[in-house]
Ligand binder design. Structure first.
Ligand SMILES: Cc1ncc(COP(=O)(O)O)c(C=O)c1O
Length: 400
C-alpha cells in the first residue's frame, strides 16, 4: 500500500481546481473528443514574434546559465521603466524581484509576511490560490464577499469591518479573476489609509492589470506607493498581458527588506527564473506595446459577443466584466434538488454531455456560478454558447 502520511501542510491544500478543469478538458481532447474549452485561464494568442525572437537570440548567444537569483539587472530595469511610464512610480532595483510568474511573486510575499496566528483578508469570488497560499503560510484566511448585484464591487468598508487585532495583511486582486471586477482608486485609498494606521500589509495581485476594457482610472500602484509604500507589495506578471503563460515570468515590487527576504526564500526553492524567459520578458516590456492593445481589442469583441449570446436566456444573470477575460454568469436558476443540484454538477454535466469545459463557481468560493474563459476564438465561443444554452434549456424547458 502506498504511503500517504504526508505533512499537515500538504494535507491542507488540494490541486488548484482551475487546473483540474484544464486537465480534464485536455484529457478528453487527447482522446479525440470535440471539446469546446472555456476552462483555460490563459490567452489563446501565440506569444508575439518579437518576444520569441529575443528568446532565440538568448539561446544563440548561450545566455543559458544561472542568472542572479532575483533576476537580471536588465530585466529589473525594464520592469521599473515600464512601471514608471505606465503609473508614474519610482522603485529601485533593490525593490524588485523577478519570479516564476505572478504566482511565485505572491507566494514569496505571503511566505515572507504571514505565519501562524495571523489573519489575512482576501475576497470572494476569488482566485483559489490566494486562499491556499495563506493556508500554506499557516495563517488564517478571512473572506470578504463581493456580490453580483452590485457588479462584484470591492468596498473598503467591508475590508475595514473584517479587520481584527490579528489582521496582518489584505490581498486584493484587480482586475479580479473570476469576475473581471476592478477595485476603484478611492476604495483602495480608504483601505490603504486604514492599513497605514494599523500596521497592516496590502498585497495586490495585478496579473490582469493590462487587460481593462474602458479608460477608467486604475492606477493602483500609484495609490499604494502614495498611501502605504512601506507596507505594500505589487505582484505582477508577463503571463496574461503578453500571452506568455508558459514562460513563467513575473515580478514583485516591494520595500527592499521584503524583496531581500523573498530573494532568500526563492534562493532555496526555485532559484532564478529561466534565463531565456527573462530575455523574452525584457523584450516584452521594452518592445512595442501594440500587441497588448490588439489582444485587448479582440477580448473586448469576444466579451461583447458572448455577453449578447448568453443574454438570450434571461435566466442566466450576467455582469459585464470590466477587465480580464472571464464571464461569470449566475446559473442558480437552473439548479434544483431533483435535477442538477450544484454548479459543480452542472460543469461536470456540460463537459460529459455536451463537451463544453467551464469552471464551476465552487472553485472560486461562489457556488451557483460558472466561469467561462473567453480567451478563445469567436467561432469556439459561438459553438460553446449554443451548446450551453441548449443544455440549460433541456434542464428547464419552461421559460419564465
Ligand atoms: C488572479 C490571478 N493571479 C495570478 C495568476 C498567476 O499567473 P502567473 O503565475 O502565470 O503569472 C493567475 C493565473 O491564472 C490569476 O488568475
Amino acid at each position: 500500500m502506498l504511503s500517504t502520511d504526508f505533512s499537515a501542510r500538504s494535507r491542507r491544500v488540494a490541486v488548484s481546481p482551475t487546473m483540474k478543469v484544464a486537465a480534464d478538458a485536455m484529457r478528453l481532447k487527447a482522446q479525440g473528443v470535440d471539446v469546446v474549452d472555456f476552462g483555460a485561464g490563459e490567452p489563446d494568442f501565440p506569444t508575439p514574434d518579437h518576444i520569441g525572437a529575443a528568446a532565440k537570440r538568448a539561446i544563440d548567444a548561450h545566455f543559458t546559465k544561472y542568472t542572479n537569483n532575483s533576476g537580471t539587472d536588465d530585466l529589473k530595469r525594464a520592469v521599473l521603466e515600464r512601471y514608471r511610464a505606465d503609473y508614474g512610480i519610482d522603485y529601485s532595483t533593490a525593490e524588485v524581484i523577478i519570479t516564476a510568474g505572478g504566482k511565485q511573486a505572491l507566494y514569496n510575499a505571503v511566505m515572507v509576511l504571514f505565519g501562524p496566528g495571523d489573519e489575512v483578508i482576501t475576497h470572494s469570488p476569488g482566485w483559489p490560490t490566494l486562499v491556499e497560499q495563506i493556508k500554506l503560510a499557516e495563517a488564517s484566511p478571512v473572506i470578504v464577499h463581493a456580490h453580483a448585484e452590485d457588479g462584484f464591487a470591492l468596498h473598503a468598508e467591508s475590508f475595514i469591518a473584517a479587520i481584527t487585532p490579528r489582521t496582518r495583511g489584505i490581498i486584493l486582486n484587480s482586475p479580479a479573476n473570476p469576475t473581471g471586477a476592478l477595485i476603484t482608486e478611492s476604495e483602495l485609498t480608504a483601505i490603504a489609509r486604514e492599513c497605514a494606521k494599523r500596521g497592516i500589509w496590502i498585497l495586490v495581485d495585478l496579473c490582469y492589470e493590462r487587460l481593462i476594457y474602458d479608460p477608467v482610472p486604475h492606477n493602483l500602484p500609484a495609490v499604494l506607493t502614495r498611501e502605504l509604500r512601506d507596507r505594500s507589495v505589487l505582484c505582477c506578471s508577463a503571463s496574461k498581458a503578453y500571452a506568455m503563460t508558459g514562460w513563467r515570468c513575473g515580478w514583485a515590487l516591494a520595500p527592499a527588506p521584503v524583496i531581500s527576504a523573498a530573494n532568500a526564500i526563492q534562493s532555496h526553492s526555485t532559484s532564478n527564473v529561466c534565463s531565456i524567459s527573462q530575455k523574452a520578458t525584457e523584450a516584452a516590456l521594452r518592445g512595442p506595446q501594440g500587441c497588448v492593445t490588439d489582444m485587448l481589442e479582440e477580448y473586448r469583441r469576444r466579451r461583447d459577443q458572448l455577453f449578447q449570446w448568453l443574454s438570450a436566456d434571461p435566466r442566466i444573470r450576467l455582469v459585464k466584466p470590466a477587465g480580464a477575460f472571464y464571464m461569470f454568469p449566475d446559473v442558480s436558476e437552473f439548479l434544483s434538488p431533483d435535477g442538477v443540484r450544484t454548479s459543480a454538477e452542472l460543469a461536470t454535466a456540460l463537459l460529459s454531455d455536451v463537451q463544453v469545459a467551464v469552471t464551476p463557481g465552487e472553485a472560486f468560493d461562489a457556488p451557483g456560478f460558472l466561469r467561462l474563459s473567453y480567451a478563445t476564438s469567436l467561432t469556439e465561443l459561438e459553438r460553446g454558447s449554443k451548446r450551453i444554452l441548449q443544455y440549460l434549456d433541456s434542464l428547464q424547458p419552461a421559460r419564465i
